[in-house]
Design a protein. Structure first.
Length: 368
């Protein structure tokens, strides 16, 4: 049916575009080791976030309003400031493979938080895919004899927790402001939170930067932050936090592939198996829970060709026995000619961009 085909095409495209963000982040190790001054990861985080954030704010000419001042600070701290700082501690105290393996639990954490804060169903398939993702990353990057450090493991786990929390809260606090504006607010806030930490730990920035250094910082800011976070948050508006965080497993896969292609690093069959397991896990996590249920006599309207209008009240069916139906009102039609996505405000106050029949199932729509 035309409507279902449109939804699937849109969702497939959104998944691919969102996956570009962690793929870009997977190039960070190569850029950092080849172009940036050594021993300055926090400085790299600041110069990656603040200029990109200010650029996006300048382009959109939008500042936060009302509660979005403190929300931007919270989200920027979780997604960028605290995450980068904890990542630095983990990288300093642990082998890279251990840190990446611990960080791979992030999709499972996001799934649990989504159940608690967004009312999403935690399915056995999601749990199995999450466990497989952790196992695949460990095969990909973990080395025999890797040492464990309690503080380092805690920092790596803390990084996964703050990032998962930030992603889920970003979904719950969806703003009707332009996407680039909200991304800019978070990047600026997160970078400013990280700045004093960088100065305290690493001292003043280097007095002299080479052309290669400037090129590396420009790449991390324009591509690794402005573009990547815009794609990441755009995907988060249309997909579930669990689906989005599973895509983050692409980062170690891309980092390993670039190390093999560009740096001549050895790639073993075990690592290849790990990469395949990771890809299988994240693809499994993107599968829909089932085909959309077509409305029968109880639903009223025919699904094919149906278009929602601003003010329409929507009912979304519970995904399993015991899960209540959810109700919401269309605040804005974001697609052309009445097509999805729709910005929906649910009765619990949570707002989200929705593709009916994708991550939720539309039963009927009618004017209030």
């Amino acid at each position: 049916m035309r409507y279902i085909a449109l939804v699937l095409r849109n969702r497939f495209g959104i998944v691919l575009l969102t996956a570009l963000a962690p793929a870009i982040w997977g190039s960070t190790y190569l850029v950092t080791t080849q172009l940036l001054p050594p021993g300055r990861p926090l400085l790299a985080g600041v110069l990656r976030a603040v200029p990109a954030g200010l650029l996006l704010v300048a382009l959109t000419r939008r500042l936060p309003q009302g509660s979005w001042w403190w929300r931007s600070l919270v989200l920027g701290t979780l997604n960028i400031g605290a995450f980068f700082a904890l990542l630095f501690v983990a990288a300093y105290r642990l082998p890279g493979g251990v840190a990446a393996t611990v960080g791979a639990v992030q999709p499972l954490l996001a799934a649990g938080l989504s159940t608690a804060l967004l009312g999403e169903r935690l399915s056995p398939r999601t749990l199995l895919a999450g466990i497989a993702g952790v196992g695949g990353v460990s095969l990909l990057v973990l080395r025999a004899g890797a040492r464990l450090d309690g503080l380092g493991v805690a920092a790596a786990l803390g990084g996964a927790v703050v990032m998962a929390t930030g992603v889920v809260l970003a979904k719950r606090w969806t703003s009707d402001a332009p996407l680039l504006a909200t991304a800019g607010w978070q990047l600026t806030a997160g970078g400013l939170v990280l700045l004093p930490v960088a100065l305290l730990v690493e001292g003043a920035p280097p007095a002299h930067l080479t052309a290669a250094n400037l090129l590396g910082y420009a790449y991390l800011g324009l591509v690794g932050a402005a573009l990547a976070y815009a794609l990441w948050f755009r995907g988060l508006r249309a997909l579930t936090p669990t689906s989005v965080t599973f895509l983050g497993l692409l980062s170690p896969v891309v980092a390993t592939a670039l190390g093999w292609l560009a740096l001549g690093q050895r790639l073993t069959p075990v690592q290849g198996l790990g990469a395949l397991i990771v890809l299988g896990a994240l693809l499994t996590a993107q599968l829909r829970r089932g085909a959309p249920r077509l409305p029968g006599p109880r639903g009223g309207a025919e699904l094919e060709g149906m278009k929602a209008n601003t003010g329409d009240r929507l009912r979304f069916l519970g995904h399993h026995v015991g899960t209540p139906d959810r109700y919401g009102r269309v605040l804005k039609v974001l697609g052309p000619d009445g097509d999805p996505p729709y910005l929906v405000e649910f009765d619990d106050g949570h707002q989200a961009e929705v593709y009916p029949g994708s991550d939720c199932e539309l039963e009927h729509a009618k004017k209030e």
